[in-house]
Each structure stands twice: as C-alpha cells, then as structure tokens.
Design a protein around this ligand. Structure first.
Ligand SMILES: [Zn+2]
Length: 450
C-alpha cells in the first residue's frame, strides 16, 4: 500500500509545480497534389487542365492541447477554398472518429490559384469539357478522406511541447481596389486599407527542436496569374517549403487572413511568387528566433453558423442573362443554377456563414471567418478587441463567396458584385452584411470570454 501512496503524492506534486508540462502538440501532413492533369481554379480564363506539378500541394494539421479545455486542430490546405460540401463531411468524420467538436476544428485554405477546382466551389466560373467535372468530383471525394487522415495524424502525434507566439511584418500585400471613372477595378490602391502583420505560432519540442510553425498573412495567394498552368502553392506554398527546409523535420502551416481585397505586389511571375514566399519565410524565421510569448491557459472555443441575406433579385434578371448571347459563360451558368433552384422550390435568399473563436487563457485569440473576407473586418475586429493579441483569419471553415464590408458593398466592384457570379450566388449581399457578421463575431467572442 505504502509505495502506491508515495507515487500518488509524487504525481500530484509534479502536476502542481510544473504547469507547463501540460501543453501538448501534434502535427500531420498529407500530400494532396492532384494525381494527373486537372482543371485549375481561380481564373475564368482557364481553357485547359494543369500542365505539370511545379510544387506539391499539402494539407497540414496542428493539434494543440493545453491540458484543459480539450484540444484544437488547425488544418491548413494549399487550396483555393473549401466548399461546405467538403468541410461539413470532414467535420462530421472528425467528430465521429476523433471526438473533435466542430468548434475545436479550424479548416483554412491558402487560396492558391494554381491548384485544382474544389468542386463545387466556383463551379459557375468554368465551362468544363466532358470528363473534367468527374475528375473534380473524384478529387473532392479523396480530399475529404485526406483531410480526415491529416487530422488523425496530428492527434496521434500529440506530445509535450512548448508553444509560443510573436508577430512580424511583410510588405508585399497591396489593396487592389482601384477607383476609376467607371467604378472600382482590380488594380493597385496604395492608399487603400491593409494589414501587413504576420502572426507566428512556434511549436518546439522539449529538446528545443522546432516541430511546427504556423504563420499567417492577409493577402490573396495570387502572385501567379491565369496564364500559368503549373500546380503550386504560390507565395504561401513557397514560404512553407522554405521554412520546412530551414527547420528540418518541422511542419510549416500557412493560414490565409482577411486578404479578400489584397493582392501581392508586384505579381505575375514565378520569380515574384518565390520572392514573396522568401520575404515572408525570412520574417517568420526572424520571429521564431527572437523573443516569443508563451501560449498559456485553458482552451475555450465557440463556433456559430449565422446567415447572410442577399439583396432581393428578380427572376427576369436571370432570364435576361440566359437569353443574352453577349453574357459571359459564367453569368449564363449562374443564371441557370439560380433558375433551377427557383423552379425546384428552394430559391437561394441567403448563405450560411461560419464564425469561430479559439482562445488560449488570456494570452491569444484566433477569430476565424468564412469566405473571402476583405481586410476591413480584420481592422474593425482589432479595433473592437484591443489589448490581448488577436489573429483574424478569413477563408476559414468554408468559402462560399466574397464577404464585403458595408464600405466595399457600397463602392461596388469585383468583391462586392462581379465575383458573386463566379460563386453561383444570386447577387450582391443586402446592405448590413457587415453588421450581421459582427453580431456573430460578438457572440463567439463573448463565449470565449472576450
Ligand atoms: Zn479570391
């Protein structure tokens, strides 16, 4: 009896005197490079499948368990965006197989435009030759399996870790909403809002070896433009690869922030994509090697689906698009989809919209918004929640379209109006979209104690 009592007391003392020992982390990675030529996403001008693989695409996962409040799994993907059809299946299986609740799982996409179409995300953008649609559906099916697998790997890898964070800066993100006499166009707007912050999460083993680096930036992952037909992760993919070679054995995960209206500047060549990737990787290294603050405290999470209404539209608008030979193929495909939905008795008036908060004690909060979020959301959230460090991610959990702020919606242009056609959505959002998103932001932030 005596030895048992003694060891129980020893255990209790260890737990009481070494709280840092409770932190565990795990990483996993799965190659999600398409197995052969595949239709690439992001640019309506695409007219043939991918030609080669310049860089493999990865799904990477980081599990963090601070010892109380459960564990969170953050998944990064070198992909343009996950539709609800993929994300919901992954989340359901993660709950079933690993007991991970929805609020404890964050799925982010880097928004590379040199990767495959993730069916049915942006399906209206392309008129696909026979056979291409089935390849995309097969890819999406395998992707669900791969994302579940990468979550499982990260959870299985959980082991004692030191987790800390810091912030750097990278300068290549440029507001792209350029005012012209004929309205806002995609261009260069040096005076427009932006956020050059580079949040960094560093995960080290007990031996000090870097096991994982999570880094993030608010900028479209679109250095490479529509004439480029090689598969790559664009600047984010090049940054991940560079960090993984600088820190052998580590996993580097990129998280896309609210870069909906930000483009890399300059852009359009492979050299620039690697240059931007190097700029951000070097900055992340500087932060990793400098003084970082420890992540600490109990994990708290909240996840909410709200709904964002579209402005009312007339059936006649879509019929006109269908009958107009000058309408773009995308506009005609969008019209077809919308009319089919109306005729089937389930017209689309709104979109579901996911909002999530993940907080570690009172050291750091991660706010994760769905869709292609413009930077105004990041700036407003940081204004409303000063003090404790806050990371505001976009492109999280599902990407259903752009999410303009009230200002951007009023001004119009690609992010407010034109892009909705490619996403197959009925039309621009109703005024007040920003307030509806922030109602949900306030709700999840309150649930995590902010
Ligand atoms: Zn985009």
């Amino acid at each position: 009896m005596k030895p048992f009592v003694a060891s129980a007391i020893t255990l209790f003392l260890c737990a009481a005197t070494a709280p840092a020992a409770a932190f565990r982390a795990g990483v996993g990675r799965v190659d999600i490079t398409p197995p052969g030529p595949i239709w690439m996403s992001g640019y309506a001008s695409r007219n043939h499948p991918s030609e080669s693989v310049r860089q493999p695409l990865w799904a990477r996962a980081l599990a963090i368990d601070p010892g109380s409040g459960g564990r969170v799994v953050i998944v990064s993907t070198d992909l343009i965006g996950l539709p609800f059809e993929v994300a919901d299946q992954v989340a359901a299986r993660a709950r079933q197989q690993f007991g991970i609740e929805r609020s404890h799982l964050l799925l982010n996409s880097s928004h590379t435009h040199t990767g495959p179409v993730i069916w049915p995300n942006l399906a209206s953008m392309f008129v696909l030759p026979p056979g291409e649609e089935q390849k995309l559906k097969d890819y999406a099916t395998h992707l669900v399996d791969d994302l579940v697998a990468v979550i499982g790997k990260a959870v299985a890898d959980l082991s004692p870790a030191e987790v800390s964070f810091g912030f750097g800066q990278a300068g290549f993100a440029m507001n792209r909403r350029e005012a012209t006499p004929s309205g806002v166009k995609i261009g260069v707007n040096r005076e427009g809002p932006g956020d050059h912050e580079v949040p960094v999460l560093k995960v080290a083993g007990r031996d000090g070896r870097i096991r994982a680096i999570l880094f993030a930036y608010a900028c479209h992952n679109t250095t490479l433009t529509g004439e480029f037909y090689q598969i790559t992760g664009d600047y984010a993919g090049f940054a991940e690869a560079e960090l993984e070679s600088v820190y052998p054995g580590s996993t580097a995960l990129f998280i896309e922030l609210c870069g909906g209206d930000q483009n890399p500047y300059p852009r359009s060549t492979l050299e620039l994509a690697t240059q931007h990737g190097h700029e951000i990787a070097a900055e992340v290294s500087r932060v990793v090697n400098g003084a970082t603050q420890p992540l600490r405290g109990r994990l708290r999470t909240a996840y909410q689906i709200t709904s964002l209404p579209f402005a009312p539209q007339d059936r006649a608008t879509y019929e006109a698009d269908l009958g107009n030979p000058k309408a773009s193929p995308a506009a005609r495909q969008r019209a077809q989809r919308v009319l089919q939905a109306i005729d089937a008795g389930h017209p689309v008036h709104e979109t579901p919209y996911p909002v999530q908060a993940i907080r570690f004690g009172n050291s750091l909060t991660l706010l994760a918004l769905g869709g292609e979020v413009v930077v105004d959301y990041d700036l407003r959230a940081k204004r409303e929640y000063p003090g404790e460090p806050l990371i505001v991610a976009g492109y999280s959990n599902a990407v259903m379209c752009y999410i303009p702020s009230d200002r951007v919606l009023r001004e119009g242009g690609y992010e407010a109006v034109d892009s909705l056609v490619y996403y197959g959505q009925p039309g621009p959002f109703a005024p007040g979209v920003e307030g509806r998103v922030f109602d949900a932001v306030h709700a999840v932030m309150k649930k995590v104690g902010r």
